[in-house]
Design a protein around this ligand. Sequence first.
Ligand code: ADP
Length: 643
Amino acid sequence: MTTENKPLQKILVINAEIQSNRLLDQIIQSMGFTVLVSESIENAQQYFTINIPSLVIINENIAAQNNFNWIKSIRQKYPLLPFILYTINENHQTLKQALRLGINDYLSTPLTRDDIQNSIQANLSRSQTLRNHVLFESRRATQQLQARVNDLETLTDLARMVTSSLDVDIVLRMIVESAVELTGAEEGSLMLIDEKTGELYMRASRNFNEDFVSTFRLPVNDSLIGSVVQNGKVVIFDDNTPQKIKTSYLVHSLVYIPLKLKEQIIGVLGVDNRNKRMVFSQRDIGLLTTMAEYAVIAIENSRIFSEMVVERKKLETIINQIEDGVLVLDNDFRILIINEIAKTVLRVSGEHLVGSPIQMYPIDTELLEIIKKFETYLGKSAEINADDERIFSAHLSKITNIGYAITLHDITSLKKLDRIKSDFVSTVSHDLRSPLTAILGYVDLVERAGPVQELQKNFLDRIQFSVHNITTLVDDLLNLGRIEAGFDTRKEPLDLSVFIHQAIDELNPKFLQANMRLKINVLDSSGLIFASPIQIRQLLNNLLTNAIKYSNPDTHISIELKEKENQLILQIADQGFGIPAVDLPYIFDKFYRSGNVIGTEIPGSGLGLAIVKSIVESHHGRIWVDSTIGQGSTFTIVFPISE
Ligand code: ADP
């Protein structure tokens, strides 16, 4: 590079003496430098904004002006900039202070050309040497840092692979390859212990002969690698290693890192050099240890994954072979598990069922309602008619943290039996009805056929009363039979308040006859319930008739309908005889009548409340009674509101 192209180096002179400045200017220029002259620090400061000078010569008086503080601050910013003190008196104190501040040299009067030239040359060249050294060191540090960044990048890539790939072979191969590349070794291998034989085999390798890899088997008890397995310690071996370790393999240097799973050693990660005389460093050991940990994670992940697959397959086989239908949904009603029977019964078909929302399929509307409003229908079951005419009872349960389980149990045979029983009861009831009607007819005729005595009239009344009772019983039996046989079960969304008003109207003559007063408090625009109209009429009729039957004339009956938390609450309360506490648990049983009415003239079969209970249950509701003898009874029914 020629001097013309090279920007001239600048020497800053801070000095107020005209004479010495002239001399300095002349000598420095003759040396090929640009001279910048300042008579004060304030003025000199401007040269530190853009083009920093290469050397500063400063008059001791100016330097000492603010106690050398300016020099201090400039040196902090530019530690390699050489300062030369121009001293007139060679004051011992000033020189000492200047030296402490790192002033590199001093010039004293009389100023000579040689002194000036030598001092400037020496200080510039020392500063250049320092500069080169700093540059060299920082380059070396950058290179080291770059190498470290490369190591970390490789490790990060490996870590990403370990967590994202389920193919353990690929991951282990990558680990061995990275181990060889990052350590600069010639060969690398990952050996695992065969659980059956206890020997080491090569699971992944780099630069080993394929035949060697496939036949490699090493007992762990007497080899160098074996010692790693037995002690769980890293082995480093090279030409400098003082004690000679026996190895079947001729190498100059090697490193073996144990693969530790919890406290157990499951294999070894190794790298070696057969030809190169290269020693492995602590950095290599650090990298290999991290890679060994990755290998263990990959092996363990793959083991857990295959175990999971096996377990899932087992579970699938079990679930598919169960005779009941099984459907498990997550909290968003998406399919998690479904077996073949459940698919058939619920008409769920297609690929990729897992994850699809159950609402997508044409499943039974009642079951869907129960699933969607699970909390309301807790513990309830629904009956489902499959396309092949089988009948299933669907039972729902909540599985914490997962969602819902629905089991479908085939109740076709039970239903058949039930139907046979109901058919029998209804045939007998029907057959009984005709002779009873005939008896009643003839009893009427007896009175019309001619005069009857008082006693005969009394007997005829009794016959009539008893036949009426039997007729009610037969009617109730027929009703119960119909409900149990699943007749009149067609459900639709209906407004319960409308049905309550209708039932009150129909029973009005009876209320009037008994001189009962009604208190009606029925919410008009309530939510709808999903119910069978015929059964709801029957339920209201039974409860209201009972309230009249089991109360004295001139008392109140109150009918109330409220809505609360997605439920309708119906309460029918009377001021009647009440039910003895001992009878309360059995009051909804078939043919059960409470002790205080048995033996009275009040007609009844003991079937009315059994019918009511069956109806409530088939509507997924609840019923209970509160009663106090002599004060009255309150029947409460809760129905879930349909969407
Ligand atoms: P029944 O045909 O006898 O009325 P139910 O099944 O309707 O049969 O009622 C069963 C029994 O419950 C009745 O016999 C009676 O003892 C009692 N019971 C029902 N409703 C009431 C009521 N509102 N007040 C008092 N007791 C009642």
